[in-house]
Ligand binder design. Sequence first.
Ligand code: IMP
Ligand code: MG
Length: 183
Amino acid sequence: MTQKNGEERIDVLFSADEIQERVETLARDIVAQTDGDLLVVVILKGSFVFAADLVRALERNGASARVDFITLSSYYEGTESTGRVALTHDLSDDVTGQNLLIVDDILESGRTLAFARKTMLERGAASVRTCMLLDKPDRRKVPVEADFVGFSIPPEFVVGYGLDLAHRYRGLPYIGRVTQGEG
Ligand code: IMP
Ligand code: MG
């Protein structure tokens, strides 16, 4: 399936069904490797759709997860990260002594995840595990890996299922690859 919006073309990379299947197995792995007693730290905005599906899959698989939200912004110029990360909205829960599962949309340079991990450990979290919907290993700038990854992808810009390009496309039910300036 292809959607064209002016100069941008979006080709499906992972369908809604493929995503649902993967989220279910991720949740099973997470419950198997933790005791399921987790504070899920959702990094907004990009992971809100993934997190909504993941917490329900965790519950179906026997976890008892609490959920909190933090907004971290990595500044983009077009589709390129500038390398700066800002905390624009904080958690409402105290993470001291908690077993955390950080959930985010994409692991790219690693700066966002490294920042989130470091911040939570400094605040006294008992443990920090990380679950990313997507990983672009070829784009890593700082050494950080996730404990759980939905899909590894090539270094291409993707949208949908919560992910945006200049605030658009978050509501697409699938994950699509964006090509600019081509027919
Ligand atoms: P990192 O800090 O470079 O690892 O960047 C991660 C953040 O960049 C993600 O949470 C996204 O918000 C954004 N990002 C990276 N790649 C993409 C993409 O392909 N589509 C949409 N957002 C992206
Ligand atoms: Mg993000």
